[in-house]
Write a protein that binds this ligand. Sequence first.
Ligand code: NAI
Length: 304
Amino acid sequence: LSRKLSSSACINQSIKNVVVIGGGLMGSGIAQVAAQSGQNVTIVDLDRKVVEKAQNAINTSLQRVAKKLFKDDLAKADKFLTNSMSRLMLSTNPEEAVGQSDLVVEAIVEKLRIKQNLFKTLDTVAPTHTIFASNTSSLPIGEIAEATQRKDRFVGLHFFNPVPVMKLLEVIRIPETSDDTYNRVMDWGKSVGKQTVTCKDTPGFIVNRLLVPYMMESVRLLERGDATARDIDTAMKLGAGYPMGPFELLDYVGLDTSKFIIEGWAEKFPENPLFKPVPTLNRLVEEGKLGMKTGEGFYKYQKK
Ligand code: NAI
């Protein structure tokens, strides 16, 4: 009986140890919000330099958070920073890192095969109770989970950039996701300060399924010569109350990323007119104009 009790206690335990695989833009943000919420976090990437860069970025970002939270109390701000950073560990070995994990969040390159290979390996070494999650924006969660024997403990956890600022977390359930897994990740999402919404495993989930076709339709409006990019942006900000116009958003997200998403959907759903190719987007990407990150997209930016 005692063994039975301890194993069920283990399954129901709350998530305390998180492993984030991929220390890029999203991975470092996810690791930060978990560490600042009191969890132990390990960031894993292929290269030591990348994880060290992630650690520095988190440190800088947390200083800002600390200043905001404890304006006048330098000692408290300092303690918050030190405590949060002390919960952050770095690794270049995913198999070793997941040994003590309750939750693994994957935020590596957007390639199905690579994600599947990673989870296949981790499935054999992670504890039985560990939940696996992917932060993918455009790949089906079910296809990634296919590589594992733990589909009941598999979800999508889709964060938004910049993770420490954006309040939303989309929680994606595949048909096999158990209620226990779902409840635990919903609680976890709240514990890292996010408002959670639930969606089935459908292309683009909620936000991107609406946002990407909207951005593409904006480019089509521009291509027809109906209005300028500047005026379309102004119209959507002042008329629809959006914080950014569609072209500002495209430049922010990256034109290559948007093209990649729409092409993936077009391939899967060739009959859907919302996913049809957009020539201007393809041309700008060909010219290397990828948005803010290259200094030019629909608009020009001052290089930092
Ligand atoms: P990124 O390129 O900034 O970071 C990816 C990191 O993964 C890199 O540091 C790379 O070295 C590492 N990596 C690649 N293969 C690896 C492996 N096998 N093991 C360990 N590390 C590996 O990419 P970003 O933007 O952070 O995106 C990561 C994921 O998050 C993608 O699946 C993307 O679709 C998703 N996502 C991206 C958003 C965005 O706004 N950039 C928003 C929401 C989700």
